[in-house]
Design a protein around this ligand. Structure first.
Ligand SMILES: NC(=O)c1ccc[n+]([C@@H]2O[C@H](COP(=O)([O-])OP(=O)(O)OC[C@H]3O[C@@H](n4cnc5c(N)ncnc54)[C@H](O)[C@@H]3O)[C@@H](O)[C@H]2O)c1
Length: 309
């Protein structure tokens, strides 16, 4: 039996009953935080969502609205479902508003120092039984957990983008994550209609350990002049049957997030094969972060995306 399978069994057998979750706190109302709020509220949980500014929360709710409208048009949900779900989501301007939460999911910017600061400020406001999860794409769950007052109650809960559409959530146990926490997290994720895959706590876990080096290689291919943005994306869409080209996907993920993941892989595994492409660094330094800033490998300011190289 593989290590991951053993971990899954560990979550199933001989654990205390899963804790009840009814109120969920979310930190960060960006594309992931708002996507998580979307599925969590639709599944009947009450949601308190925090961000630095009320405008970010409003933007997040706007995205939830838009994505739910798509689901209504496709007959996946009804208008009443949207209305009740939206009523369940409220703005939490301060961590004091998380006192009643049974689970808090951190989905703020991919920056380890920032995440440590968030957990340090958050923990004093939590009830003793509250569980913590991070949606980090790459950062060590063991390290994040170790700076909190509850490493046994801490887990990696890695949702995929766009959250309402993607089936998978990776669950990552830190070295201290308790069986009950794992089992509660697994039940919670399944209650959202998602499937879990268990990953050991290594840099970038499973999906991004494989996906991000491919994206980084696509940026090198562009950097070295092997192909244009258009040629690289077309080649992978039509030649490898990928639903999106790697540069298009990088813009969708956010180039800052892509760079952070590559840095975590490079530093965490000390292997030069993970060196972030200098062109990726340059785009991030320019503030060209992809769709969210309207410019990345494509320019999204016009009617249709135009390659920037
Ligand atoms: N983008 C993806 O495809 C993807 C997929 C899976 C996981 N993730 C992970 O999810 C997390 C968020 O990524 P995203 O794509 O939503 O980024 P984003 O840039 O869209 O949103 C990040 C949000 O965090 C907020 N924030 C920053 N500092 C904060 C603080 N101190 N307190 C509260 N809010 C704060 C920002 O204002 C912003 O609204 C990251 O850890 C990322 O690695 C991203």
């Amino acid at each position: 039996m593989g290590q991951a399978q053993k971990l899954m069994e560990k979550g199933r057998v001989g654990v205390k009953p899963a804790r009840t979750i009814s109120k969920v706190g979310i930190i960060g109302a960006g594309q992931m935080g708002s996507g998580i709020a979307h599925v969590v509220a639709l599944s009947g949980y009450t949601v308190a969502m925090n961000d630095l500014k009320k405008e970010s929360f409003d933007k997040g709710i706007e995205a939830v609205h838009k994505n739910m409208a798509r689901q209504i048009a496709k007959g996946i949900i009804k208008e009443e479902d949207r209305d009740t779900a939206l009523e369940r989501i409220s703005f939490a301007p301060s961590f004091e508003d998380f006192g009643e939460c049974d689970l808090v999911i951190e989905a703020a910017t991919e920056d380890e120092a920032l995440k440590h600061k968030i957990f340090a400020a958050l923990c004093p406001h939590l009830k003793p039984t509250a569980m913590l999860a991070s949606n980090t794409s790459s950062i060590s769950i063991t390290r994040l957990a170790s700076t909190t007052d509850r490493p046994e109650d801490f887990i990696g809960m890695h949702f995929m983008n766009p959250v309402p559409v993607m089936e998978l959530v990776e669950l990552i146990r830190g070295i201290a994550t308790g069986d009950e926490t794992f089992s509660t997290a697994r039940h919670f994720v399944e209650s959202l209609g998602k499937t879990t895959a268990v990953s050991e706590d290594f840099p970038a876990f499973i999906v991004n350990r494989i996906l991000l080096p491919m994206i980084n290689e696509a940026v090198y291919t562009l950097y070295e002049g092997v192909g244009t943005v258009d040629a690289i994306d077309k080649a992978m869409r039509l030649g490898a049957h990928h639903p999106m080209g790697p540069l298009e996907l990088a813009d969708f993920i956010g180039l800052d997030t892509c760079l952070s993941v590559m840095q975590v892989l490079y530093e965490g595994l000390s292997d030069s094969k993970y060196r972030p492409c200098p062109l990726l660094v340059k785009y991030v330094e320019a503030g060209w972060l992809g769709r969210k800033t309207k410019r990345g490998f494509y320019d999204y300011r016009g009617e249709k995306p135009v390659p920037t190289r």
